[in-house]
Design a protein around this ligand. Structure first.
Ligand code: 13P
Length: 247
């Protein structure tokens, strides 16, 4: 019912030479795969990557989008501009943006709305910190983050992708166990089910130190429908191995 989605979040890494080399290596991906593959380069390289992706059957994603439509917002990139570059997915509410740019749940909800308004699928990130998990607040935190997006987007909510990224697992090598991840994914699916009758078709990705060693077990969980991959997406062989684990 749901085909897996593997999204590469390159974060603030790369240059024209290394991007071209990385993408050249990804040409070896199995052309008969059923999973969808999204590459999210830094905004400065959207044009470069846009030109190289179609021949591989990958689609273009972005790492962020402005909450505003257009105008005097220096440094921002609008949803319409992303669409102009052929962007099909955009990550919103990544924990690094929540932390370093003080993005609130409401701002994330607005960004989601902007993306949906131009036909770009938002990949909405939710996830608790280690302190929140230790305090028994993991479920409450992710539910609050998703609730803000559901509240602002009404019936359009069925058009989003959700990514559960426990903050303590990002870039640390400490992955959530498949059981812990599945527990949160099931909770998020139940929350979506209360908001839309299409929840069974929606994809919920896992992100946080996903690598070739743990991907198959994570992806085998009932409510894990793909991955949002940071570090391993910058290594061609590792990323290829994740793509093949996703089917
Ligand atoms: P890592 O895969 O490097 O842990 O990063 C995950 C992430 O933040 C993807 O958005």
């Amino acid at each position: 019912m749901r085909n897996n989605l593997i999204a590469a979040n390159w974060k603030m890494n790369g240059d024209t030479a290394s991007n071209a080399a990385l993408l050249a290596g990804l040409r070896l991906a199995n052309p008969n795969r059923s999973c969808e593959v999204v590459i999210c380069p830094p905004a400065a390289y959207l044009g470069q990557v846009q030109a190289l992706l179609p021949e591989m059957g990958f689609v273009l994603g972005a790492q962020d989008v402005s909450a505003f439509e257009s105008g005097a917002y220096t440094g921002e990139v609008s949803a319409a501009m992303l669409r102009d570059f052929g962007v099909r997915y955009v990550i919103v509410g990544h924990s690094e943006r929540r932390k370093h740019h003080a993005e609130s749940d409401e701002l994330v909800a607005q960004k989601t709305k902007r993306a949906l308004a131009v036909g770009i699928t938002p990949i909405v990130c939710v996830g608790e910190t280690w302190a929140e998990r230790e305090a028994g607040l993991a479920e409450q935190t992710v539910k609050r983050q998703l609730a803000a997006v559901i509240h602002a987007n009404g019936h359009c909510i069925s058009e989003i992708v959700v990514a559960y990224e426990p903050v303590w697992a990002i870039g640390t090598g400490q992955t959530a166990t498949p059981e812990v991840a599945q527990q949160v994914h099931a909770l998020l699916r139940a929350q979506l089910r209360a908001a839309t009758e299409r929840s069974d078709r929606m994809r919920i990705l896992y992100g946080g130190s996903m690598n070739p060693g743990n991907a198959a077990q994570l992806l085998a969980q009932e409510d894990i429908d793909g991955g949002l991959v940071g570090g391993a997406s910058l290594k061609g062989a590792d990323f290829l191995s994740l793509v093949s684990a996703a089917g």
